[in-house]
Design a binder for this molecule. Structure first.
Ligand code: SDX
Length: 437
């Protein structure tokens, strides 16, 4: 195991007396990990862990989550401090290179990202092949994967310089490709990036400007979106990051691997939750049923309804990002004034949160609001359409996917990901001709 901090051993003994002495690794923080690779050899056993809830797939120095304490660190820096003092591009540098940048390094990095913000003109024509009502996440999967058809000159994944330019290209082009998906859906001309603007300002301009008029993004929206991007930048081995690692473990190029990550993020149990939360809050505010009725439905196992934006595989305490984004959401709506059409959604969310946090079902299962519970209300308040919410998440998480990809490519323990199984199918049997079945 690369860069483990210290090592003990654990003895696992079968009931028949067979035993295995296995290494126990201690990281900087967190639960120690048993290296189970010797188990098949020593006691002829695999581990069984559907959903990998208790399995460490790798060692990583990028992000640390303490689910019990509600702690989130990016390269050791608390998310609360980064949300207050940093910028999304500075967080990108931190996640990619492991340290906060100097003034000179930040200047270099900002220019690198600006340099790669445009998209090949031929790729812009891909959009014309979609229906206007195509979900932008379907478009993003396609166009991100298609990047590998345009940049095969710099795509040797064993060359660190090629890996770095792929990373810069992905971070830089996601906002452009995302805004094109939105512009195409409303029949407006695509807006080229303006490299005199910051990363977030540039994205808002590409989303909402039109060639016929001057556009200056609302600074309140810029700061709110900057925070949303920072909070969503990385999160250990979540489903989409693990997808990117597994796909690229076969040697697949980073554009194809990130496209797979986008596909995983789209699911409502993962990044699609921010869109699902708004649909749920709108159903609640437009329904005759009470918030309590909806909470009872969420507890009813025979009802598929879940409280979207609640619960988390790791956080068994409040998601620290949810705390930050709840306050930011409150501040944003205050800026926009009480008559803001999103106020009823926010009030429904606060009511839902208050009741759920006092309900035994949620308390017993440690189900707290997660980052998606409030982010959707903010995005909606900024005029970002509902089907673009998860796209915003994908823009933010691209740096996390790429940082983990780079870390894995440098890991001496890198092997193609290939889980095993517990076979429960039929015993061996012979073929029977159709006439005899
Ligand atoms: C993200 O992994 C990450 O880090 C993800 C993420 C990131 O930054 O990458 O943080 C982003 O994906 C946040 C999560 C967004 N998803 C949602 O808000 C969707 C609603 N949440 C649930 O789908 C669920 O809580 C998950 C998927 C988030 C977590 O699922 P787990 O860990 O597999 O938990 P579980 O399904 O085993 O739940 C344990 C119990 C079950 O009840 P019992 O079988 O014990 O009786 O809690 C119940 C579940 O039925 N439960 C819920 C619930 N979430 C879990 N019941 C009602 N409403 C919910 N939202």
């Amino acid at each position: 195991m690369s860069n483990n901090n210290s090592q003990d051993t654990v003895r696992i003994t079968r009931v028949d007396g067979e035993a295995a002495d296995l290494p126990l690794y201690h990281g900087t923080y967190g639960t120690p990990c048993i290296d189970v690779r010797g188990m098949p050899r020593d006691i002829d056993c695999f581990t069984y862990d559907p959903g990998y809830a208790t399995t460490a797939s790798c060692s990583s120095s990028i992000t640390y989550i303490d689910g019990e304490q509600g702690v989130l660190l990016y390269r050791g820096y608390p998310i609360e401090q980064l949300a207050e003092h940093s910028s999304y591009l500075e967080v990108c540098y931190l996640l990619m290179y492991g340290e906060l940048p100097t003034i000179r390094q930040m200047h270099w990095f900002r220019n690198r990202i600006r340099y790669h913000s445009m998209v090949h003109e031929a790729l812009r024509r891909f959009y014309e092949g979609f229906r206007h009502d195509a979900h932008p996440m379907a478009i993003m999967e396609t166009t991100t994967s298609a990047l590998s058809a345009f940049y095969h000159d710099k795509i040797d994944i064993n060359d660190p310089e090629h890996r770095e330019i792929c990373a810069h290209r992905l971070i830089a082009k996601m906002p452009s490709m995302a805004s094109y998906a939105y512009k195409y859906s409303i029949g407006q001309p695509f807006m080229y990036p303006d490299n005199d603007l910051g990363f977030v300002e540039n994205f808002l301009r590409m989303m909402f400007a039109v060639p016929a008029e001057e556009y200056r993004p609302n600074p309140v929206f810029v700061r709110a979106l900057e925070m949303i991007l920072i909070l969503h930048a990385d999160h250990e081995q979540n489903a989409s990051t693990s997808t990117v690692r597994l796909v690229s473990s076969s040697g697949a190029n980073p554009f194809a691997s990130v496209a797979a990550g986008i596909a995983s993020l789209w699911g409502p149990a993962h990044g699609g939750a921010n869109e699902a939360v708004i649909n749920m809050l709108e159903e609640i505010t437009q329904s005759d049923a009470t918030v309590e009725d909806f909470i009872e439905r969420a507890k009813d196992k025979s009802d598929p309804f879940k409280l979207m934006g609640f619960g988390h595989r790791v956080y068994k305490n409040y998601d620290p990002r949810a705390k930050l984004i709840r306050q930011a959401c409150h501040d944003l709506l205050n800026e926009l004034g009480e008559d803001n059409e999103n106020q009823p959604l926010f009030e429904a969310a606060m009511e839902l949160e208050r009741i759920a946090l006092e309900d035994e079902y949620f308390v017993e299962r440690k189900l707290y609001p997660n980052v998606d519970f409030y982010s959707g209300i903010m995005l909606r308040a900024m005029g970002i359409p509902l089907n673009m919410f998860t796209v915003i998440f994908a823009i933010a998480r691209t740096v996390g996917w790429i940082a983990h990809w780079n870390e894995m490519m440098d890991d001496p323990e890198l092997r193609i990901g290939r889980p095993r199984q517990l076979y429960t199918g039929p015993e061996r049997r012979d073929y029977v001709d159709i006439g005899e079945r």
